[in-house]
Design a protein around this ligand. Sequence first.
Ligand SMILES: Nc1nc2c(ncn2[C@@H]2O[C@H](COP(=O)(O)OP(=O)(O)OP(=O)(O)O)[C@@H](O)[C@H]2O)c(=O)[nH]1
Ligand SMILES: [Mg+2]
Length: 284
Amino acid sequence: MKKTLNLRLRTYKKCKHEWGTFSTKGKEKRNAMVNELKNMKLNNPDMEQLRCLLIGPIGAGKSSFINSVKSVFQGYMAHGALAAALSSKGFTNTYKTCYIRNGTNRLPFALSDVMGLEPSEGYGIHPDDIINALKGHLPNGYKFCPLHPLTTECLEYNKHPKSSDKVHCLVNVISADKIALMSSEVITKMKKIREKASELEIPQVVVMTMPDKACDLVEKDVKKIYTSIVIKKKMQTCSNELGVPVNCILPVKNYHEEVGLDNDMDILILNAISQIMNFANDCI
Ligand SMILES: Nc1nc2c(ncn2[C@@H]2O[C@H](COP(=O)(O)OP(=O)(O)OP(=O)(O)O)[C@@H](O)[C@H]2O)c(=O)[nH]1
Ligand SMILES: [Mg+2]
């Protein structure tokens, strides 16, 4: 219990944005952040990779975040984890892990994507399948069944997960324009998952997507993200709803309709992924 609390406190202390003083710097800053992540050494050299798991309501931007991270590292738009065309129906329905290439090697990061959460029972991913993923029991490519989570009796159940199959950081993805509209059922499902993650001593953060939909200033200029009062309020609401401190909420604008990369968007995405991987590295 004490260990969990210490881990949480350490996580929260490290996860700090300097509100209002953050400024997106130039191309050098972006490239330096990319290189730092490319050269990141794992605290446990025997491990193949750190895995982060993205969960959240349907359409929150989980797959788009994975695509965005991949795009930043490869230097052009990625379409690996397909994102949905705007609709109310969930899009991702399999457990899919994205790896990022660094020349002929892989970076020691894995980003795992799952089906979105829905309010009604029997719709969207079953919270027990997220718990299965946290513990490393889900095989890559597993097709989710909203009614029946994977159990030990199933052939696909990975009974002996390696440490690299397990999750090292739980990333809750929430869209800024929908925070206040989140159903209490989805919040309850997320709470149950977060409690389990805390029990397993897995650090947790929130990635807040779609700031451009919540604030006109940010839509025009993404650099305004840390000075926008609207975004600050959204982060506070998110913190209240999910019980996560504001300094663990990482706002990003995902690539969704852009044709080329944008330095300011890259820096936000890199800032989020650096924090996530540092927490993950601290927990192994
Ligand atoms: N404006 C804007 N749109 C975004 C952003 N991120 C994602 N989108 C759009 O939101 C829609 C849903 O994004 P997805 O990435 O498919 O969401 P998801 O969480 O993977 O959805 P499911 O797989 O259905 O659970 C897509 O049309 C994206 O293009 C963002 O930061 N800003
Ligand atoms: Mg998806």
